[in-house]
Design a protein around this ligand. Structure first.
Ligand SMILES: [Cu+2]
Length: 125
């Protein structure tokens, strides 16, 4: 019957979806903690906070909002790659701290770090 055949692609699609969900579940042998949501506002010329805290092994989602009228950037040396964020733009940085310690974050635009756009990301066990 032609009407039965029209159902087959839908069933196949659902089957593949369930299979991919099952594979995704198998990939995570250890339960991962929920991501930690951090927010940092860049202004002209400062950050709204100069200290951020995170935990080893917990994924971080850092929302970086440029509230200023000039370009700002975000970088943590050897940790988060430099990215310029234009006025009004929001950028999201995802990373998972692997070691404890204090890491400097700053604005990579020339002169901004010296002007005070710097802070510390504190990672604890
Ligand atoms: Cu800046």
């Amino acid at each position: 019957m032609p009407s039965r055949k029209t159902h087959t692609p839908l069933r196949l699609s659902i089957g593949l979806t369930l299979l991919s969900l099952a594979l995704a579940a198998c990939g995570n042998s250890a339960p991962r903690p929920d991501p930690l949501a951090l927010t940092l506002h860049a202004q002209d010329i400062k950050f709204d906070v100069n200290s951020l805290s995170a935990t080893v092994g917990q994924p971080v989602t850092l929302t970086y909002i440029n509230q200023g009228v000039i370009d700002h950037a975000f970088i943590i040396d050897d940790f988060v790659e430099e990215q310029t964020v234009t006025p009004g733009q929001t950028a999201t940085f995802n990373f998972t701290p692997a070691v404890a310690g204090s890491f400097e974050f700053y604005c990579a635009i020339a002169g901004h770090k010296a002007a005070g756009m710097t802070g510390t990301l504190i990672i604890t066990q």
